[in-house]
Design a protein around this ligand. Structure first.
Ligand SMILES: N[C@@H](CCC(=O)N[C@@H](CS)C(=O)NCC(=O)O)C(=O)O
Length: 209
């Protein structure tokens, strides 16, 4: 009973008065109110209701590319964009291709709709063909720059977008990576990077839940 009368304070994002919920963690009646509060809070953070959303004090940024650009400006140490304009543009191009021309075409909500309409097999073929089209373009784009990582010897924003994208499509969409030798090579490099391993799904507290 230690959490009886536990107060849950939430600052609503539009500076309306604080909501205070008197609740008990094991009470199912309190749980449904907490559940609704969380949904409403998330709706306020990102009306699109997609993750990720970053809250940094009173700054709320959603959409991974916008979040990374915000972090780059706010925390300039360990730059994720190189100074050289050509390499910088290349990094932004890779990031943009991943988050606007590859990932949205196989996001969960869309795949569910497609599979309902045409069945799981056609859905998988659709996802595979759009991923492969994007990956062929990425191979071409980085071929004169990639060494250990996608745009050279240092890890930059292109790698931050590529690494989870490659991992996801290998796991979820059975993509044959032998068609993409450069992306395969840099992916092997990502696996040796401690920060990549620490950010992987398996290393997160809610893994498996
Ligand atoms: N362009 C957004 C896309 C966000 C997005 O698609 N998020 C996915 C998870 S990776 C999501 O929330 N999907 C929910 C759905 O498909 O309904 C970004 O890069 O952050």
């Amino acid at each position: 009973m230690e959490q009886l009368n536990n107060q849950n304070q939430r600052d609503t994002m539009n500076s309306s008065p604080k909501l205070v919920l008197y609740n008990f963690s094991h009470s199912s009646c309190s749980w449904r109110v907490r559940f609704a509060l969380n949904l409403k809070e998330f709706e306020q953070l990102n009306p699109l209701r997609y993750v990720p959303v970053l809250v940094d004090g009173d700054v709320v940024v959603s959409d991974s590319l916008a979040i990374l650009l915000y972090l780059e400006e706010k925390y300039p140490q360990r730059a994720l964009l190189p100074d050289d304009p050509r390499r910088k543009a290349l990094n932004l191009q890779v990031a943009s291709i991943v988050c606007s021309s590859i990932q949205p075409l196989h996001m969960l909500g869309l795949m569910k709709r497609i599979e309902e309409k045409v069945g799981p097999e056609e859905g998988l073929l659709w996802a595979q063909s759009s991923i492969e089209k994007g990956f062929f373009a990425l191979e071409q784009l980085v071929k004169d720059f990639a060494t250990r990582f996608a745009t050279g010897e240092a890890l930059y924003m292109a790698d931050v977008f590529l690494a989870p994208q490659i991992a996801t499509v290998v796991m979820r969409f059975n993509i044959d990576m032998s068609n993409f030798p450069i992306l395969s090579r840099v992916y092997e490099s990502y696996k040796t990077v401690p920060e990549f391993r620490a950010s992987s799904p398996e290393a997160q507290p809610d893994a498996g839940s």
